[in-house]
Design a protein. Structure first.
Lengths: 338, 338
DNA sequence: TGTTAGCACTCTCACAGGGTGAGTGCTAAT
DNA sequence: ATTAGCACTCACCCTGTGAGAGTGCTAACA
């Protein structure tokens, strides 16, 4: 469909454009790459590539820029997944090391790492999976009428919420309740908690029933929202990219990023590493961007990574970075303390 | 120092500028407010006010804009803390109601509320105070070698962290450790936990000592970082303000907002409600902004609110909003569930 | 037949010049 | 002390012009 020469030219255009962010013209192309062809020939080929939809022209007398379809083609068939450059690799190792010894939260640290190495925006989420089961529940009275409810899930994540206690509840009764709830709910998966189960619980429990309702509500809430742990870093990186010189664009972008419940679904994918280009992301204000997502799963933990950059993203580098990162985590469970 | 007429003119200029974001000229001023004076007189007075430092002129033939000192004077002596307008009040009530029934996190909800009512940026923090004591500690094994450490503080906040367990530790031993640590640390304030205490603990504990170290490290970490719960909302609001048409400014602003460990100190103040204007905030990239902060304390909870807007902020409205909010929380403890 | 040189053409961008309007400061009259 | 009048100063907008980059087309060439 595309002969060898056209492929080479397309690739050259894309690589140049990724680097310069300027429309690339025929003359510039022959200068930078040594294809043994004159600008005129390149022009003809470029015109073909434009007709086929791989390239676009911002205006009549400008160079060409890749279309989203062009990027897609590049990513699918032409991208050489180069190893990380020596320097990047070094920086990465150093940062990974500093994360291991850091006492901060893992998501935040990884987000910072990804955004600083890529100079794009990074998203890290720790989704609540409905197949998680409840490992432990605690109810800790704080004042006479307020307590903190703590739920630990089988992947080690913790959710907590404050609940109101009925007036005059004694600590003995709270302990009793805690034991009861634990006995009943330990090992139960989140998806199994439904009205019926709660009704049964209420029937069995010889004590204050309203509390059970509270607990149910909160557990239910935990199922719905995994956004608790969505971390974003490097928004400012994007503003350095020439495509975001326009405040209005930035405004829309940031607005979408503030709707964090709508971001989590974006990070889900079937493959290990997936690349979404422009409208494939499914969010209007991201239509000039690309998103590379990766997931990492361990028995005790699931993490979703996302890297959001301009469509003119260094795909090869980004992908190999994510692969490297996953490998690092996989091989030594190198997550240290959260 | 300032006669009645100068005060009136200064106030008029400030109010107009807050409203229009445009330099206000002598003619425009007499038109909008009915002072019985001609533009020429106003011009003379304005020149005086400029000399005194209350007003500034962007360039020779433009109107005047308030200097930061002008704002400061306005805020200190001339601001009438109007009640919220009927409409705002209504919206606020509605939002407060929806928060009570929401099952989301309180900080987030309040942040959303504040930013949507003010159309500025809001910050909410729940700081860890070193005078907090430890109410309860839990160690929940997750895999053979990993556990989640949970610490509940006396104000009801929860911190958690995963820790590595030594190979081959039995659950009996974990329970033993948990009981021991609880017995020793319950009621101890965060600031009292130091090397000496840890050394004593280690001496007393007949078991694996490395875990105690882990626990100490984590508790120590909790003291230092209250940023865990810093929530920011409404960054996009700021981008709507005409003073942020410049991407570079936005970039710097966002950059500062991403350093969230440096934000918490900004929200601390001695008074109940404090207003920081421009350089008073102490962050370079906020030098065109003002920050209004308020704190709210209840036995089981402490919250810090901050509203960041352009120096040209509606101070009166913002302050009365925060007062109203605090009153709401105080009178009925209306925080519902977190 | 594919490739290349040459050329006219198009379009953006940067810059300069001129007109407009808002606003000032000064001066002289009230 | 206040005000009307007036000359002056900028910022802003519009326009035009020239330079530069790049294209498409045509005709010549291997």
């Amino acid at each position: 469909m595309l002969d060898e020469r056209k492929r080479a030219i397309l690739k050259a255009v894309i690589q140049d454009y990724i680097f310069t962010a300027e429309p690339v013209g025929s003359r510039a192309l022959v200068k930078r790459h040594d294809i043994g062809l004159s600008p005129a020939t390149i022009r003809n080929e470029m015109a073909d590539l434009e007709e086929m939809g791989y390239l676009e022209q911002p205006h009549t007398s400008a160079g060409r820029i890749p279309s989203h379809w062009g990027y897609r083609f590049y990513v699918n068939t032409m991208m050489d997944e180069s190893e990380l450059s020596g320097k990047d690799s070094e920086v990465l190792d150093k940062l990974l090391l500093s994360i291991r010894s850091s006492s901060g939260s893992l998501s935040r640290d990884v987000a910072k790492l990804l955004s600083s190495v890529t100079s794009y925006l990074s998203l890290i989420a720790e989704p609540a999976s409905p197949s998680q089961s409840i490992r432990h529940i605690d109810i800790i009275p704080v004042t006479n009428t307020a307590a903190t409810l703590i739920v630990v899930l089988s992947d080690g994540t913790v959710r907590h919420h404050s609940v109101n206690l009925p007036q005059g509840l004694e600590s003995r009764q709270v302990r009793h309740l805690t034991r009861f709830v634990n006995r009943q709910l330990e090992g139960v998966t989140l998806q199994d908690i439904d009205e019926k189960l709660v009704a049964d619980l209420k029937k069995d429990f010889a004590g204050n029933v309203r509390l059970i309702d509270s607990i149910f509500t909160i557990v239910h809430y935990m199922m719905l929202t995994g956004d608790q742990n969505l971390v974003i870093d490097g928004a400012t990186n994007l503003l350095n990219q020439p495509e975001f010189k326009d405040v209005e664009k930035v405004r829309k972008l940031l607005h979408s990023l503030e709707q964090n419940d709508q971001l989590l679904p974006l990070l889900q994918a079937d493959e290990d590493i997936a690349i979404k280009i422009g409208s494939e992301i499914g969010v209007d204000s991201f239509s000039d961007c690309s998103l590379v997502i990766a997931s990492y799963t361990r028995p005790d933990r699931k993490l979703l990574f996302g890297i959001l950059g301009p469509a003119r993203m260094e795909y090869a580098k980004t992908v190999s970075l994510l692969k490297r990162l996953r490998q690092h985590f996989q091989e030594d469970g190198g997550m240290g303390n959260e």
